[in-house]
Every structure is written in structure tokens, then in C-alpha cells.
Design a protein around this ligand. Structure first.
Ligand SMILES: Nc1nc2c(ncn2[C@@H]2O[C@H](COP(=O)(O)OP(=O)(O)OP(=O)(O)O)[C@@H](O)[C@H]2O)c(=O)[nH]1
Ligand SMILES: [Mg+2]
Ligand SMILES: [Zn+2]
Length: 345
């Protein structure tokens, strides 16, 4: 964690808290057990590891906390009610405040893996090398649409592009997003290209970085937050695939752009994954999450057209005439097939 500057008022509150704790400690040290808990207070989950979480108190201190059994899984960004254990620098989470949003993905054996809670902005990080994956971008864009929050595509490692042809190939892949009005941001943690714009985008927001392993999510966060040294992975030359380094989502505070503010928002680093899947939804919902399909919807011969084998399909016609990108059509069909195999749909 970056060292935070506490305001005078906060320093005083921390001092008071420590003082109170000393007094409480004295008064409880004679008791035979130490199960007495401090007062209920609000906190922010910084990260979750197994059955425990790291909670930040309102005064900026971090406590390892157990979680009351019925609460289920917590994740970076969760707001909680918790109590300190007076004897130790630990605590227990007793309640989770209602989540505004949660980004999750299907995990093993039908379980849900949480990525982040209470976010209002998604940064999809894609590296120019080994390459941009439109299918993965589309999946995250569907998730952002489901949560009704904005997403931008961060094209990282642009320092590795050394000729026009490389640029042209990438621009061609990204064209559908530019046409849909999705913000595209070329960036590099080596040349620092794009970092100022990225910082401005995220100011005051609760953001999460997602994308494949090795895309440079942790490196970007290191570049955006001075004095932070998150371990980053090394890329295996043989496969060009990233070696997993980030294993849990972790929340970081962004330094303020405006010196009168304490923070400039929060940014959650998430572990890279090979494949992301949005929450399964119906055909008509999925259609609505593809804004480039909207001019053609309602024009197919059949009103429940899946745009695959049906005759007189306006979507397929648009694809054949270059009005909808083939990659977008393919990702739509893959999601539709995937969702159909889900028991609940
Ligand atoms: N050339 C170049 N390399 C970069 C850039 N950003 C990150 N890297 C390298 O890419 C590798 C992976 O970076 P990480 O930041 O660990 O990637 P990540 O997305 O956090 O990966 P996971 O934690 O596995 O999801 C490291 O070797 C970084 O040094 C960049 O802008 N340019
Ligand atoms: Mg990482
Ligand atoms: Zn159709």
C-alpha cells in the first residue's frame, strides 16, 4: 500500500483511537478471555484472502479480519461493518453493506468468482503483444453494459510497436469500438504514453483494471501511483503468455490530482484470466448489449431470430456487407451458445 497522508484531524482520531485501545487493553487484561470486541464501525475491503479480508478503517489503518460465517465471499471494494478485537490488531466483519455493483465471473463447479465490488468504471487492458483479443474485449463490454457503467480499452505496451504496419493491423481490430464510441487509449508503462489521460479518466472514480494475464495491469498501477511497488510478472519468451502474478483483487488509492482532496479515487488490480464470461442473459438482452447491432434489430424475418441459421436475417446481411464487424458477430454467437448451455437459460 502507498503511504497515505493523514489530515491533522485524522491524525488526532488515530491518536485518540490508540489511546482508547491502551485504556481498553488495561481494563480487559485481567479478564480470563479476550473475545471482547470494539465498537461497530464502517470499513473498506482492500483485499480478500481465503476466509479472511484486509479491512481499512475510516482512519486508514489496516486490519486482518475474520468474516462472520453467513456473509459469503467478500471482495476488494466491499463496504463493511466490522469490529476490532481489542487484544489484537485484527477484527471481525459482521455485515456487508449493500453492493452498488459487483463484477464477477463464473468459477469452477458453478461457483462465482468475485472480481470487484462497487466499481463505476472498467479499464480493459489489452497488450499490443502478444496481441489484442476482440472476443475478450466484447465479453468485458457486455459485462460493463450489464452493470451500466462505462468501460474504456487501454491498449498497453505501445512502445513495442515500431512500424506503421503494426499500427494499421491494430487499428483495424479496434475500428468497431471506435465506431461504437468506446474510448480507446494507447498506453505504455515504459514511455509513459497515455498515462496522464488515463489518470484523468479515473479521477474520483472507483475503477477496476481487467484483462489477460501479462497485459500490464499491475505495471500500469505502479506507473500511476508513485512509491507503489506491486510485483509484476515476467513474460515467458517461449510462449509469449503472461505468468500469473496477481492472484487476488487488491484495492489501491489513487493520489489526488487536486491537492485539497485526500484521494483521487480507488483503483482495483485484478488477476489476469484466460477467458472471461459475463453473467448469462437472454437473447434480447444480449442484443441490447451490442449497440452496433441496434440499427438492424427488428428487421429479421423471424422476431426471435438468433441471427445464425435463419433466412432473411438483417444482422447477417449487415455482416456480409461490412456494416457489422465479423469479430463482433462471432463473439455474439459464441456468447449466445455459451448462455444456452447454462441450466438457468
Ligand atoms: N514493453 C512493455 N512491457 C510492459 C508494459 N507494461 C507491462 N509490461 C511488462 O509486461 C509483463 C507483465 O506485466 P504485469 O503488470 O505483471 O501484467 P498483469 O496484467 O498485472 O498480469 P497478471 O497479474 O498476471 O494479470 C511484465 O514483464 C512487465 O514489465 C509496457 O507498457 N511495455
Ligand atoms: Mg498483475
Ligand atoms: Zn437475424
Amino acid at each position: 500500500m502507498a503511504k497515505r497522508k493523514l489530515t491533522q484531524q485524522q491524525k488526532r482520531r488515530v491518536d485518540e483511537q490508540l489511546q482508547n485501545r491502551k485504556v481498553e487493553k488495561k481494563s480487559t487484561s485481567t479478564s480470563s478471555h479476550n473475545t471482547q470486541l470494539g465498537e461497530e464501525q464502517t470499513g473498506l475491503v482492500i483485499t480478500s484472502f481465503g476466509k479472511r479480508v484486509l479491512v481499512e478503517s475510516e482512519t486508514g489503518e489496516h486490519y486482518r479480519c475474520a468474516i462472520r460465517q453467513h456473509l459469503g465471499k467478500l471482495v476488494a471494494g466491499d463496504q463493511v461493518i466490522w469490529q476490532t478485537d481489542i487484544e489484537e490488531q485484527t477484527g471481525v466483519v459482521i455485515r456487508v453493506l449493500p453492493r452498488k455493483h459487483e463484477l464477477s465471473r463464473p468459477g469452477f463447479r458453478g461457483q462465482t468468482r468475485m472480481i470487484a465490488a462497487n466499481i463505476d468504471f472498467i479499464g480493459i487492458v489489452m497488450p499490443v503483444l502478444p496481441g489484442i483479443h476482440p472476443d475478450m474485449i466484447d465479453r468485458y463490454l457486455v459485462a460493463a453494459n450489464q452493470l451500466d457503467i462505462p468501460a474504456i480499452i487501454i491498449i498497453n505496451k505501445v512502445d513495442l510497436l515500431d512500424n506503421e504496419t503494426d499500427w494499421e493491423d491494430i487499428a483495424a481490430l479496434l475500428e468497431p469500438y471506435a465506431e461504437m464510441g468506446v474510448e480507446l487509449l494507447p498506453a505504455s508503462t515504459i514511455s509513459h504514453a497515455g498515462l496522464e489521460d488515463l489518470r484523468a479518466f479515473m479521477d474520483g472514480k472507483n475503477s477496476v483494471f481487467v484483462g489477460p494475464s501479462g497485459a500490464g495491469k499491475s505495471s500500469l498501477i505502479n506507473a500511476l501511483i508513485p512509491d507503489l511497488h506491486i510485483r509484476v510478472g515476467t513474460l515467458s519468451d517461449a510462449t509469449g503468455l503472461g505468468k500469473h502474478t496477481t492472484t487476488n483483487s487488491i484495492l489501491y488509492h489513487l493520489p489526488p490530482l487536486n491537492p485539497s482532496e485526500q484521494y483521487g479515487g480507488n483503483l482495483i488490480d485484478s488477476p489476469g484470466i484466460r477467458q472471461f464470461s459475463p453473467t448469462p442473459c437472454s437473447l434480447s438482452e444480449l442484443e441490447n448489449y451490442y449497440p452496433d447491432f441496434s440499427p438492424y434489430l427488428g428487421q429479421c424475418k423471424y422476431n426471435n431470430c438468433t441471427h445464425s441459421i435463419e433466412p432473411h436475417c438483417a444482422i447477417k446481411h449487415a455482416v456480409e456487407h461490412g456494416e457489422i464487424a465479423v469479430s463482433r458477430y462471432q463473439s455474439f454467437q459464441r456468447l449466445l451458445t455459451e448462455f444456452k448451455s447454462e441450466p438457468e437459460h
